[in-house]
Design a protein. Sequence first.
Length: 417
Amino acid sequence: MNACRVPSPTDFPGRDELEELLATILPIEWIDAARAGDVEAIVDFNDTIDRRGVVHAIGRAGWVAPHYEREHGGRGLSTEMAQRALSLLHSWGVPVTPSGSGLALAAPTIQQWSSEETKRHLLPPLLSGDERWCQLFSEPGSGSDLASLATTAVRDGDEWVVNGQKVWTTFGQSSERAMLLARTDPDQIKHKGITYFGLDMKSPGVEVRPLVNMAGQHEFFEVFLSDVRVPDIDRISPRGEGWSATQSTLGAERFALSGLAQKKRKSSDEILGGKPYLEIEQFARTLGQNLPASARHQLVRAAVNDRVLALSIDRARDSRAAGRAGGSEGSLTKIAKAASNQRLQEIAMDIRGLAATAWEISDSDAAEWVTQFLRTRANSIEGGTSEIQRNIIGERVLGLPREPDAYKGLAWRDVPR
Ligand SMILES: Cc1cc2nc3c(=O)[nH]c(=O)nc-3n(C[C@H](O)[C@H](O)[C@H](O)COP(=O)(O)OP(=O)(O)OC[C@H]3O[C@@H](n4cnc5c(N)ncnc54)[C@H](O)[C@@H]3O)c2cc1C
């Protein structure tokens, strides 16, 4: 260890401790490659490790989110120092993101809305990756109009008793906790009577059933909640303020799906699915003279579009970092990302031609192209549909009149459904 190192602009409190930890959890060849800046070797190592085990070790030591307080599972570092620590982890190619939506969506919501007691209870296992999180928001009758949700939570001493049904729950089967919205006061208007909980998915009365998407994958689930008892310490928002807290989560979700999430953490293509442009171009090249001129044009347009979008996202990200953003840039780039990714996959299908229509059952590569195409159809639905994003832009950026609501002012209980 380098105890006498001269402080440098990349130093941060605990750096030696972190490097020591990395030396104990990563193979020595990885450490050597990281110190030598051998990126290719690092990428290869990443395929060979127990990813969850590494994230656990990093998370339990507080390095997954070093700017969180120590009592909440972080290191209590300033934003700048935390950024330096994460940059080091990134440059060493170390995975630091627990699977599930806990880190990106639940943690900032808990941080902003929960009591100190609840933060100490929910955040450490989230940041260490010991508890993976899913999102129990959508219901069969409440997707875009999420505030109309009908799952109920009734107070009973120090607990809440929850009944209802949720749907489209990504990671529903493999999660230990869930962001749960439930109606706690049906006599209030729909936005006012909702409370936000962190549900223990192993609680008696929670039943998770698989749904199959059109690509044949078990990507999301439906969840039935029957007399599930939730301790009050798992309540994330103040009673009846769940809708305001939900805005923190939905904003973070739009951000994650918009390509605006912090550079170099996770590429948005990894989140949205679909084949990356370069792989499609590579396949097109193998067709040589057989690639029709129209496909060449489409590819060029897609490449230009991809570049313009990447620059727009960079600009929006920089504005945001400089505090100049208006707040709805996530909606703008989410719509653009979804449309551009879907268009790119359509071009891929055109270029694949017959191979996108029929293939030998053993040809998993051909099947994968189609699976990726089908997956991206969800891009304009997941995390709020493109129509709803346009409504947000219309109302919050352009200042257009709000959508008419025939039941405005009525208690949720009295709204017909
Ligand atoms: C891959 C995937 C993963 C998902 N994961 C989760 C998850 O983990 N947890 C979770 O809670 N939910 C999840 N969802 C659900 C998602 O949030 C909803 O599908 C989405 O909000 C739309 O709701 P809906 O499906 O009920 O459609 P609806 O709200 O019924 O909308 C149907 C159509 O009507 C349009 N529409 C509705 N209202 C308006 C309006 N006011 N103005 C204009 N057009 C309108 C919509 O744009 C859409 O085209 C997931 C969805 C997908 C596709």
